[in-house]
Design a protein around this ligand. Sequence first.
Ligand code: FEO
Length: 396
Amino acid sequence: MKKHIKNNVNWIGYIDWELESFHGDDYSIMNGSSQNAYLIQEEKTVLIDTVWTPHRFDFVDNLKKEIDLNKIDFIIANHGESDHSGSLTALMAEIPNIPIYCTENAVKSIEGQYGKRGWNFHVVKTGDSVDIGNNKKLVFLEMRMLHWPDSMATYMTQDNILFSNDAFGQHYAVEELFNDKANQCLLYKEAIKYFTNILNPFAPILTKKLAEIENLNLPIDIIAPSHGAIWRDNPMQIVEKYGIWADAYKEDQVTVAYDTMWEGTKKIAHEIAEEISNQSPDTVVKVFNIATADKNEIMTEIFKSKAIAVGSPTVSNSILSSVAGWIEFLKQLKFKNKKAAAFGCYGWSGESVKILQEKLSDAGFDVISENVRSMWNPNDDDFQNIPKLVENLLLD
Ligand code: FEO
């Protein structure tokens, strides 16, 4: 069913309360999500984006209940990823000649995924626009690498709606659609998780794009992303947050993350956490077992942190595979301006701390030399190193 957004603009997407993961299993979904598509019915009828492939037939059926598909003048594909383009095959089977407005890269992406079907693509660039009647226009704004090469936003004049696609979205199911109706804690929890895990690698590009949007001086009454709540109450609040988050963000927080074989490395993790609280009672401390905690949630806490401590015991001259895979993800997220320390137990060869230090440095962290490297079970002698380690970790 469609839901009203403003004047002749309606939402016609899919709210997925049961979704548990996204991007395969790479992104955990804790509070549902949505794929937001929009129907504009001015003198021209325009569909902005579609929904994910598994819901394509329901999407087309819903659309048919609202309009005669032949009345659609054109489709805008802001982004070729299948959560937004996945219903095109079902839709275009019904209206094969309808124009699709998108970037040049989106043509490659859509044809790459669904094959060359002879669809009527109209390639657009930043600043191009199309009249939709009633003195209203849709203006296109390329959002390259936010977060795919083909990403684009569309701005509707007069109604002042920015259809931002993935930017400013959250994986969060809000049946009432709007940010003022959403639980504010969850809204921001999901917005920062989305930023950390999907957009942070592109933070420098985002900073430039935010400046570009600001310089356009467009009045923005609504930001309508392709996932989660639509920002109608003070929509610029999320733009301001993105500006802050994209600038090497950190709070007074330290995150300790580890995996353990026989609880020794775990013991060190908790000693470090306690010492942080001893030395700096106001600092927020989070402790996670990498093997059992949700990796996207840990990364979100690391995004908020000014420093981290990472632990693994030595196994077969290396680190635990859980930690190795996790550090690869940590590197992908391109965090900046954060310190790191390493710790771990060993029985004989004891390479884990050195390997962790190298990998954390390679992931862009400022690694301190102080560490805890404990043979067999950690004891008071090993813990003597912790105050110095924490002191350095907390130093600005
Ligand atoms: Fe929501 Fe990049 O797709």
